[in-house]
Design a protein around this ligand. Structure first.
Ligand code: AMP
Ligand code: DBH
Length: 533
């Protein structure tokens, strides 16, 4: 893991940004303070802080018994249910390093995580896209050489006894059954690697983001202060809960920091979620623009009241001024724009910002020690107000990806600045406005898709002569993906064939092209590369 220089690390410690607290210790401390209060709820369970803490302990004991020890990587692909958090905290306690796969990742991505990170274990659940039966089959088939255990967490009744020998079935968690505390000799410390997040990435191969306990918890505490969270806050989580944004900006961790309650929604559909917001007295909800747009349309029809809703967060992709204004009016609340990245830097509009700032900018950094600079194509610094490439470094921004020297050479400067690939302008106050993007990533409603990756898999299809993938404007998603395919034999393929091919390759569902066009040839740039316009 590429680390911060020692002198910089010392500064962050001296400033009190990095403390000795680990994520495992964080939950223990919260349980001590807020014990009987509700920490988290999903469609079938509700856990107090004490129960979440105890569940993490008993699961840690179990995982330790299976041989997971400090530094071991474990792929965790669990959808929005309490077990996601229980497993994460269990791993943090024993120093296991979760890789936060998303429920929508396919077999292909999971195989790639195995190749890069050599995990000893994978723990999965069914997801909105994949049934329990299918998931068990996926687990059994995974070719990760390093995997010693494959665990499937289920709703008990949905699981059969006919599971393959190499997959263990764990029934959903029962809060009355936790009694043991793990005895671990080699405990993690706060500057150790805590987990691996995923980057949307601009190449075909996923990039794993190494976050430490200390750097992450600093960003969580800062975020909780900015959002003025208290123990009366209730956060509904309609996005995949393992994603960096609903996990830490301020996310579930920010809510727990303050003693509040997290409510996991199975899916982001507006009908269910808007009623759930009323029922649970939701005070804060993280959304991406595409979902915010859907919710807005539903709200304009239904006109429900959310007397407790303080903050409607929108991040992950650029929010239009119009939608921001309409959201505030329709939900009678404050919109907070969140411009962040799993690599680190997170910006928020502040709750007391004037309307123009709230609807037109993507906010201000968390920390005064977040260094932000804007440079031109040649790397020269630009003055305030001019648009250019955003570079950043700071107390919770990584200095390098996990086991990826090639990406590190291109994504980080020798002085440790992370090249975000975003084009922005920064005003005199430090507020950022996202003006565009220099990286080739397609931002599909907050989900990041690398066109090269899809092209790679299209080229692998023997029926395909050539293919190019681009993002095209979409009113709801912001951008949607369009594949233009040149078949070897004209008329030999349908768009369904193209999607089926990609799905069978094991690609995540959100990476399947929204639109497929066929052509006789592709336009080329002067150097003969496919034109992505
Ligand atoms: P990732 O590196 O996969 O975590 O994705 C982070 C990227 O998402 C950023 O570098 C931006 O390109 C994009 N992004 C996140 N939040 C916003 C936002 N509020 N407005 C515009 N783009 C955003
Ligand atoms: O898009 C992102 O990755 C993102 C958006 C908002 C993020 O990681 C975050 C906040 O922390």
């Amino acid at each position: 893991m590429t680390r911060w220089p020692e002198s910089t690390a010392r500064e962050y410690r001296e400033l009190g940004y990095w403390t000795d607290e680990t994520l495992g210790g964080f939950l223990r401390e919260r349980a001590r303070e807020y014990g009987p209060r509700t920490a988290v709820r999903d469609h079938r369970a509700e856990l107090t802080y004490t129960q979440l803490d105890a569940a993490a302990d008993s699961t840690a004991t179990r995982l330790h018994g299976l041989g997971v020890s400090k530094g071991d990587r474990v792929i965790v692909q669990i959808d929005n249910r309490v077990e996601l958090y229980i497993v994460q905290f269990a791993l943090f306690r024993i120093g296991g390093v979760p890789i936060f796969a998303l429920p929508s990742h396919g077999q292909l991505e999971v195989e790639q995580f195995c190749q890069i990170a050599e995990p000893v274990m994978i723990i999965s659940s069914s997801t909105p896209q994949v049934s329990e039966k299918e998931r068990v089959a996926h687990l059994a088939d995974l070719s990760g050489d390093s995997l010693r255990s494959r665990i499937m967490i289920g709703d008990a009744d949905g699981l059969t006894d006919e599971a393959p020998d190499n997959v263990q079935l764990w029934p959903a968690f029962d809060p009355s059954e936790c009694d043991d505390v793990p005895s671990v000799d080699d405990v993690p410390t706060s500057e150790d690697l805590a987990f691996l997040q995923l980057s949307g990435g601009s190449t075909g191969i996923p990039k794993l983001i190494p976050r430490t306990h200390a750097d992450y918890l600093y960003s969580v505490r800062g975020s909780a202060v900015i959002c003025e969270l208290t123990e009366h806050d209730v956060m509904l989580v309609p996005l995949p809960a393992a994603h960096n944004y609903p996990y830490s900006s301020p996310g579930a961790l920010g809510i727990w920091h303050a003693g509040g309650e997290v409510v996991l929604a199975k899916r982001p559909d507006p009908d269910a979620c808007l009623s759930q917001m009323v029922e649970t007295g939701t005070t804060i909800v993280p959304l991406v623009p595409a979902i915010a747009h859907m919710w807005l349309m539903a709200q304009e029809m239904e006109k429900r009241q959310y007397p407790r809703l303080r903050i409607l967060q929108v991040g992950g992709a650029k929010l239009s001024r119009d939608v921001a204004q309409s959201l505030e009016r329709a939900f009678d609340t404050t919109v907070q724009q969140v411009f962040g990245m799993a690599e680190g830097l997170v910006n928020y509009t502040r709750l007391d910002d004037d309307e123009e700032t709230r609807v037109a900018t993507q906010g201000l950094r968390i920390s005064p020690h977040d260094e932000v600079k804007v440079v031109d194509d040649n790397g020269n610094d630009l003055p305030a107000g001019q648009s250019g490439h955003l570079l950043t470094r700071g107390p919770y921004t990584i200095r390098g990806y996990y086991r990826n020297p090639a990406a590190n050479r291109s994504s980080f400067t020798p002085e440790g600045w992370y090249r975000t690939g975003d084009l922005v302008s920064v005003d005199d106050r430090g507020y950022i406005t996202v003006t565009g993007r220099a990286k080739s990533v397609i931002n599909r409603g907050g989900e990041k898709v690398a066109p090269e990756e899809i092209e790679f898999h299209l080229h692998a299809d023997p029926r395909v002569l050539d293919a190019v993938v681009v993002g095209v404007p979409d009113e709801i998603l912001g951008e949607r993906t369009r594949a233009t395919v040149v078949p070897r034999e004209k008329g030999s393929m349908t768009s369904r064939d193209v999607r089926t091919w990609l799905r069978e390759r094991g690609l995540a569902s959100f990476k399947l092209p929204d639109q497929v066009r066929f052509a006789d040839e592709l336009e080329r740039t002067a150097v003969g590369k496919n034109q992505r316009t």
